[in-house]
Design a protein around this ligand. Structure first.
Ligand code: EPU
Length: 427
């Protein structure tokens, strides 16, 4: 049958407004946190993306009843607490499955999660997740490729969760979820400050947890006895919003984004301003407009509130068309550059030197068949295709479907010439 691919004919100006979906990276840990709750959890604004579907399947295997309601919300209720194992077939597909580790351990006293391997964006160690569980008093061992964690009752503890690349988003999420029922107080130092971590803490508090300091590097959790399900709305996806901002800029267009939080995108908007792209606040969103001439810029990815690694590839696509040389340095995932060779196929002039890419601006990109690798690299190729002269075919867009909700439909509604086709090349 073949794989889905996109055909894009570049050059169209975009116009109109688009609604940003709920954040995938907030949705996943919050869905996993429903393992901790008594009674029904109802989540609004979950994006309809493949990763959410995969996690819903895993949670069903772990004894939850998971249902889409007619209004689009997802309802999750724990029915059976026997199974404590996240199998390799799902973890392999989606690394974020690791976020069931903390809740299973806290609620069921045992968690078995297949060790996630590396992925297209590089090594993805989980040593900080393990450190957190051990600090709380769990026994953790590796048995035939599975992480097996056990504890009768976790105890609050102080822990430092920084590694060679700074804080960890899902590691912080796991530590917070594991600590909610721990006896006493847990302090996480060098906690991740990402808005998705704040959203998880706010959700847990809405269920009855006692967490303070979320959004700062020091999170304090006082153990409670029980969490009750609640109804909760997921924050807007800042990475999807940023992707549409680049779509406006790269096509020299003006777009209105609805359901968009600019306070989650300060570092990105600062770099856009340096490039010559204006982002102005509008009711519940933003208006993005771009100068005809794009300035080159220096961009370095960092943990929040720094420039997000998840917008590095898209920003590189934009800087390919700047008038001069730019420098992009990746400080979170130093190998996250699979898009470089593909963008070069479209006429970009990119040279990788270790964790840095030197971008020599060109006058135009030229459509070509290219291959999506990871989620954000795929988005970068789509954006480049919107600006390129002629036809771009982006193969393997299943990577994109993991984290963008109907991207091609949204872009088409704004005037892009983009079409999803079936029958693309197999792996
Ligand atoms: N790290 C360690 N040890 C650990 C965990 C992480 O050394 O135990 C390192 C990583 O190798 C990396 C850095 O710490 O160098 C940060 O990784 P982090 O743990 O924060 O990444 P993550 O939690 O696994 C989430 C997002 C990613 C996003 C990163 C960084 C989800 C589901 N995933 O991953 O999103 O790139 O934070 O912001 O929230 C994406 O959406 O495309 C995506 C990859």
């Amino acid at each position: 049958m073949g794989l889905p691919y996109f055909k894009i004919v570049g050059g169209n100006r975009l116009k109109g407004s688009v609604r940003v979906s709920g954040a995938k990276n907030a949705a996943l840990p919050i869905m996993a946190a429903s393992l901790l709750c008594e009674g029904e959890v109802v989540l609004h604004d979950l994006p309809q993306v493949a990763d959410v579907k995969s996690l819903a399947e895993l949670l069903t295997k772990l004894g939850l009843q998971v249902e889409r309601r007619p209004d689009g919300a997802l309802s999750l209720t724990v029915r059976d607490e026997m199974n404590c194992k996240a199998e390799y077939d799902i973890v392999r597909k989606m690394r974020a499955s690791i976020c069931v580790l903390g809740p299973l351990l806290a609620k069921r006293g045992r968690a078995e999660v297949s060790m996630p391997g590396g992925c297209a964006i590089g090594d993805r160690p989980v040593d900080l997740h393990i450190r957190a569980m051990k600090k709380l008093g769990a026994d953790v061992e590796l048995v035939s490729g599975d992480l097996v964690a056990r504890a009768k009752r976790l105890r609050g503890a102080e822990m430092f969760l920084g590694g060679a690349f700074g804080s960890t988003v899902l590691g912080t999420a796991n530590a917070m979820m594991a600590a909610v029922f721990a006896e006493g107080v847990t302090v996480i130092e060098m906690a991740a400050c990402e808005p998705e971590v704040v959203d998880l803490a706010n959700f847990l508090n809405a269920c009855g947890a006692s967490i303070t300091g979320q959004g700062t590097p020091r999170i304090v959790i006082e153990g409670v006895r029980e969490l009750k399900g609640c109804e909760y709305r997921i924050i807007p996806d800042r990475i999807e919003a940023g992707t549409f901002m680049v779509a406006a800029a790269i096509t020299n267009s003006e777009l209105k984004l609805d359901n968009c939080r600019l306070d989650h995108l300060m570092a990105f908007i600062d770099r856009l301003a340096a490039i010559g792209v204006q982002v102005e606040r509008a009711e519940n969103g933003a208006v993005v407009s771009s100068a005809r001439r794009l300035e080159p810029a220096e961009v370095t990815t960092q943990p929040f509130p720094g420039f997000p690694t998840d917008l590095q590839a898209q920003t590189m696509a934009l800087l390919c068309l700047a008038d001069g040389n730019s420098i992009i340095t990746e400080k979170i995932f130093p190998d996250r550059f699979l898009h470089v060779a593909e963008l070069n196929r479209m006429g970009a002039r990119l040279r990788k030197e270790g964790p840095t890419v030197i971008v020599e601006g060109v006058k135009r990109l030229i459509g070509a068949p290219v291959m999506a690798s990871d989620l954000r690299a795929s988005a970068a190729l789509v954006l480049a295709g919107l600006a390129a002269r002629g036809l771009t075919v982006v193969n393997r867009v299943y990577h994109l479907d993991r984290g963008y909700e109907r991207l091609e439909e949204k872009l088409r509604s704004l005037g892009a010439d983009i079409e999803r086709c079936e029958g693309g090349e197999e792996e």
